[in-house]
Ligand binder design. Structure first.
Ligand code: SF4
Length: 351
């Protein structure tokens, strides 16, 4: 696809179109690039929960906030494989493995995650990992294990990012995405609305994503689920119209991307979700929890799909499955990395 550099003004004009005009335009773009009656179902497995050293203002997993989530050390490979099989049996074609880490550190835990990627890829499921910041060699090790996608959200505009997180810089995010791009792993990167940002931040975030080259293959759009004990506990939830507006604008500026209707889905009625699908969302997360926040029951999702005549997307429909290299045949050596990443307005963390 020919590269287009989007400006704030262009994206803002789209975002501010009359609502019905906007969703009509988005739906036309959607139909040109995707089957409008197909939605991918993904499952998120929190393989290591809580105790995170970061300070993301929306996240109940940050160790510094007093939330009542259940913390867990890294799950075993067999536990994760069993959960992936359950997810597959209820219609998921993709599994996202999330660990509450600042960055990946070489060692037993990362070796286990690589094994999880191998095992689940062999189940014929797309595997996505979200493990924090990542070096190029670590990305290559994941690629070798068959990893399909790496998630690393930019969350908001560069300007608003520092209001939400102080323990890492926006540039660190971009650096990790660049490291993933040095492999054949696809990129999943999106953000959250409803964190107190202004409209210009939503537009700024979409500008960064839309101007990546290539554009991310997957963009999750989350609406904040305010959790008691986090700095954002009193944020007002976003309206269905704001969510649909955001999805529709994302669809227009990222036409080929898989747009994922992610956290905050319990705040949307079935009719609200239908509007999101019409406006270009083509993936949902299944399971009654999304990491630590509530999510609709998968049976409700399937009822809605039945009502709408939506079928589920098969794995590897958009990009081919990767070959899985066994640990014993691995050609990429772990370097024992625990890299330094910046801490804005704080001193650089010692390695
Ligand atoms: S969003 Fe991720 S990095 Fe930030 S505090 Fe939560 S688990 Fe840690």
């Amino acid at each position: 696809m020919e590269r287009k550099m989007w400006t704030d003004t262009e994206i803002s004009e789209i975002y501010n179109l009359p609502f019905l005009e906007l969703i009509h335009k988005a739906s036309l773009v959607h139909r040109e690039h995707h089957d409008p009656n197909k939605v991918q179902v993904s499952s998120l497995i929190s393989i290591k929960t809580g105790g995170c050293p970061e300070d993301c203002g929306y996240c109940p997993q940050a160790a510094r906030y007093h939330t009542d989530i259940e913390k867990n050390d890294l799950m075993s490979v067999s536990q994760v494989k069993a959960q992936a099989l359950r997810a597959k049996s209820t219609g998921s074609s993709r599994v996202c493995l999330g660990a509450a880490w600042r960055n990946v550190k070489d060692g037993k835990d990362f070796d286990d995650v690589i094994e999880m990627v191998r095992e689940i890829t062999k189940l014929d499921m797309e595997v996505c990992c979200t493990l924090g910041m990542l070096t190029e060699t670590q990305a290559k090790r994941l690629e070798e294990a068959g990893l399909y996608a790496y998630n690393h959200n930019i969350d908001s505009s560069e300007e608003y990012y520092q209001e939400v997180i102080s323990t890492r810089a926006f540039d660190d995010r971009i650096k990790t995405i660049d490291n993933v791009r040095k492999t054949s792993i696809t990129v999943c990167s999106g953000g959250i609305i409803g964190m107190g940002e202004e409209e210009k931040d939503r537009i700024g975030m979409l500008k960064v994503l839309a101007n990546m080259y290539p554009q991310p293959e997957s963009v999750p759009i989350n609406s904040l689920v305010p959790v008691e004990g986090t700095p954002m506990e009193n944020q007002k939830t976003v309206s269905v119209f704001e969510m649909v507006r955001m999805i529709a604008t994302t669809r227009i500026v990222l036409p080929e991307t898989q747009v994922r209707l992610s956290a905050g889905r319990t705040q949307l009625s079935p009719e609200g979700q239908t509007l999101c699908f019409y406006a270009g969302a083509n993936s949902i997360f299944a399971g009654d929890k999304l990491l630590t926040t509530p999510n609709p029951d998968v049976n409700e999702d399937m009822r809605l799909f039945g009502e709408l005549g939506i079928t589920t997307q098969k794995p590897f429909e958009k990009h081919p499955k990767r070959e899985v290299v066994e640990a014993s045949d691995s050609k990429i050596e772990a370097l024992g990395e625990n890299p330094r990443w910046t801490r804005p307005s704080k001193k650089t963390e010692e390695a």
